[in-house]
Design a protein around this ligand. Structure first.
Ligand code: G1P
Length: 287
């Protein structure tokens, strides 16, 4: 079955960016001139996804506005003949996006459960907004390519430093079935560093069969007292094989302050409008 639908959870409170996120959705914080969530939406579209559901929560109206038309702004740019800017504003509203609200912040697993009716009985992908991935083949497309061979749920992973294993869902790999594709013994959310079964971390890209929803409905709270997607995936793996794919690409962590600054600097050094100035600034600061 063709993978056509994507779910992007964007209901998180953004506590790592307070006070910036007191009245602004963290997904709207820009890397240079584009909100982080737009990078995520663009990856889904570049991967052939046709329908996107964004799961929002309180205080996230600006995300809906961002993907809506903006008649006054568009008219203003048109009258000033700022056509390039007009195109960039219109680009984000040409996409077919649906929204649903998570009523209470009960965790990532509960946010994904809100997508049950939207997804129906099809395989679908999940993209988390804290991870931006740059790769030749879009990350989600890499998972879809694997799915087309195996028809299994596929979770995107990459190696992280041992001392960071307690920040992620970590897999316990069983065997590499084909290049970069693993059978998995278990999935564990944010293990203690000394208990992490490997350094292969779930990095915000999932391809799931709809069987996950039944499990999410009965999923009890886990790490951080939240309903964890990782825990439901671990249960799914006991019913039907869930594979892990060590995807190709550079992953940027925009979910915390340092990662955000790191990503901003790296993207600035590639941005055609400002890269020369930014490089000069860095050279000056290094002297
Ligand atoms: C979530 C997932 C975790 C995953 C991580 C990737 O955690 O629960 O399994 O490794 O995203 O960024 P969060 O960062 O929302 O706490």
């Amino acid at each position: 079955m063709k993978v056509r639908k994507a779910v992007i959870p964007a209901a998180g409170l953004g506590t790592r960016f307070l006070p910036a996120t007191k009245a602004t959705a963290k997904e709207m914080l820009p890397i240079i001139d584009k909100p982080t969530i737009q990078y995520i939406v663009e990856e889904a579209i570049a991967s052939g996804i046709e329908d996107i559901l964004i799961v929002t929560g309180k205080g996230k109206r600006s995300i809906e506005d961002h993907f809506d038309t903006a008649p006054e702004l568009e008219q203003n740019l048109l009258s000033k003949n700022k056509l390039e800017m007009l195109a960039s504003v219109q680009e984000s509203s040409n996409i077919k996006i649906h929204f649903i609200r998570q009523k209470q912040p009960l965790g990532l697993g509960d946010a994904i459960l809100q997508a049950k009716a939207f997804v129906g009985n099809e395989p679908f992908v999940v993209l988390l907004g804290d991870d931006i991935v740059e790769s030749e083949v879009p990350c989600v497309k890499q998972l879809i390519n694997q799915y087309e061979h195996t028809q299994n749920s596929i979770i995107g992973v990459q190696t992280v430093p041992k001392e960071h294993t307690n920040r992620y869902g970590i897999i316990n790999p069983q065997e590499e079935v084909t290049s970069h594709l693993f059978k998995v013994r278990g999935f564990v959310e944010k293990p203690k560093i000394e208990e992490a079964p490997s350094q292969l971390a779930i990095l915000g890209r999932y391809l799931l069969t709809p069987a996950i929803f039944e499990l999410l409905e009965t999923q009890e709270s886990g790490s951080g007292d939240e309903i964890q997607l990782t825990d439901a995936i671990d249960r799914l793996n006991k019913i039907e094989d869930v594979l892990a794919y060590d995807f190709a690409g550079k992953r940027y962590d925009v979910g915390d302050k340092f990662g955000f600054v790191d990503t901003t600097i790296r993207f600035a050094l590639k941005h055609p409008e400002i890269k020369v100035q930014v490089q000069a600034l860095i050279n000056e600061l290094a002297d």
